[in-house]
Design a protein around this ligand. Structure first.
Ligand code: AMP
Length: 213
């Protein structure tokens, strides 16, 4: 099964993709995580993407498309995959079509002010990458990960001015994909303004409705 999670930053794509990955036993492909990993390892690709990520604009299509093409071709993607953060514009969507048909695009809807609030409250564990929200799911001890005790930090691109730029990029470049997939009758709309559990429930219902679960 091939699923795409579409929506603004902070809508919960990563969280829902991770849950679906476990439930369906197919890998999650997150282009944002892949780029951050390249950056942490100091690779040429990571360095090439760094400036774009820092500014909250899209990295060049050619780099991203090649990265996804390679990842999707690996053995563990034989039964399908869940894309999180790709495609982010029409050109990437066209490149994805060349890799084969997509079963469903789950569109997680969330408005700008909710996005800003969620992301500026987000903290990530430096060690295990577990994600916290200072308001809704804070760590037991301030600044420390409940799971591994690692230090929590704020992603540079979760600072308010970068978040607003990321939302602008989303609105201008990625949002048109809603119509693109709606026209192909594979779009499922999900209200992402509730809790993680509520959104999970809505995702599950959308998959059941399409006979995918
Ligand atoms: P994310 O963690 O998905 O919010 O991605 C973080 C940053 O990585 C984005 O702001 C972009 O600069 C870059 N990025 C991630 N996925 C893509 C993509 N599909 N196309 C272009 N840039 C991307």
């Amino acid at each position: 099964m091939r699923l795409v999670l579409l929506g603004p930053p902070g809508a919960g794509k990563g969280t829902q993709a991770a849950r679906l990955s476990e439930k369906l036993s197919i890998p999650r492909i997150s282009t944002g995580d892949m780029l951050r990993d390249e950056l942490n390892r100091g690779t040429a690709l990571g360095r090439a993407a760094e400036e774009y990520m820092r500014k909250g604009v899209l990295a060049p299509d050619d780099i991203i498309i090649e990265m996804v093409r390679r990842r999707a071709g690996q053995a563990d993607c034989g039964e399908g995959f869940i894309l999180d953060g790709f495609p982010r514009n029409i050109r990437q969507a066209e490149a994805l079509e060349e890799l084969g048909p997509v079963d469903l695009v789950l569109y997680l809807e969330l408005g700008e002010e909710d996005v800003v609030q969620r992301l500026t409250d987000r903290r990530v564990c430096r060690e295990c990458q577990f994600v916290y929200n200072l308001r809704f799911s804070p760590p037991k001890v301030e600044g420390k990960c409940d799971i591994c005790g690692g230090e929590l930090f704020q992603r540079h691109d979760d600072k308010e001015e970068v978040v607003r730029q990321r939302f602008r990029t989303y609105r201008e470049r990625t949002r048109p994909l809603v119509e693109y997939y709606e026209a192909r009758s594979i779009l499922g709309r999900i209200d992402a303004s509730g809790t993680i559990e509520e959104t999970s429930q809505a995702v599950q219902e959308a998959l059941q409705f399409r006979g995918l679960l």
